[in-house]
Design a protein around this ligand. Structure first.
Ligand code: ZN
Length: 301
């Protein structure tokens, strides 16, 4: 019996999915795992968004926990090989599940998880979107673990003498739940999906005008690094791609709306071909135009 149990345990270890994660040093004592510019599927197993570890001297501050328990465990194992420190907090930038399903691992090792108060309104689903798209092995041990510490407007953490400001955008931008995490002593801000690079942003749960305002605030911050939720550009210029796309989208849709064009014609006409080679253009751009139209129609009423 003993050997059978041993065999089963080893079999389970073999089954655990390996993401082959590699941390990248981005400066400001920060290592990030950058997700692939793809939709979640059984090949990438949800490795499509960013998860970052800030070395605060005596502990790590983790920004977003990734798509699964196994992703989170593998990420922390890799980071411990650089320097073995405990984790003080995990902060979830918003409610999209590619950014927080790894919470299940961090909760298990006793880490405090911080997120938007919007998490309080999220139901526990029978199956998450991630769960339906990725392999069983990769999703193994993942549970819908929500933050336990909520941010309404702002929360200030003090970690090893350094202040960390967690601020709510306080208007609908990428979602209603966007937080950004600003560490003045390191001149870095983590902004979740307010910033996309290397792929088009999804505006499905957001608001174009609120999002542009939020990005304008970020552009005015005194920082050297702005780290988004998708894409590996981390300089202050990382904001430009999303900002320019949304600004052009809003402008072109507004002009046609003022000319009285119907939604179907606007979707066909606002092609923005300068973005045609960007990942997700084919699957997402028309949808973004349609959503922008509906948002602006509502705003103008
Ligand atoms: Zn998102």
């Amino acid at each position: 019996m003993k050997s059978l149990a041993f065999l089963i345990i080893n079999f389970q270890i073999l089954l655990a999915f390996n993401y082959s994660l590699e941390p990248k040093n981005v400066g400001a004592a920060t290592q990030c795992f950058f997700g692939l510019p793809q939709v979640m599927d059984e090949h990438n197993n949800g490795n499509i968004s960013n998860s970052c570890f800030v070395n605060m001297g005596t502990s790590y501050l983790v920004i977003d926990s990734g798509p699964s328990y196994s992703y989170a465990k593998e990420a922390y194992d890799k980071i411990k090989m650089i320097k073995n420190l405990p984790i003080s907090y995990v902060v979830n930038t918003h409610v999209h599940d590619d950014h927080w399903l790894g919470n299940s691992y961090y909760k298990e090792i006793g880490v405090e998880i911080v997120g938007s108060s919007e998490f309080k309104t999220l139901p526990i689903l029978e199956k998450t979107r991630m769960q339906m798209k990725i392999s069983k092995d990769a999703y193994e041990k993942t549970t819908q673990t929500y933050p336990e510490v909520f941010v309404e407007k702002e929360k200030i953490l003090e970690i090893n003498g350094e202040k960390v400001y967690i601020k709510s955008v306080n208007k609908k931008a990428h979602t209603r739940s966007d937080l950004f995490i600003y560490i003045p002593s390191k001149k870095i801000v983590f902004v979740g999906d307010l910033v996309f690079n290397e792929r088009l942003p999804s505006i499905r749960d957001g608001d174009v005008s609120g999002w542009l305002k939020a990005l304008e605030e970020l552009k005015s911050m005194d920082v050297d690094y702005i780290v988004g939720g998708h894409g590996s550009v981390v300089s202050k210029k990382s904001v430009d791609f999303t900002y320019n796309y949304l600004k052009t989208l809003k402008k072109e849709v507004s002009i046609l709306m003022e000319e009285g064009e119907e939604i179907g014609d606007v979707v066909n006409k606002v092609k923005m071909l300068e973005y045609k080679d960007v990942n997700f253009y084919d699957s997402m751009h028309r949808q973004n135009v349609e959503q922008a139209y509906r948002m602006l129609e509502w705003e103008n009423e």
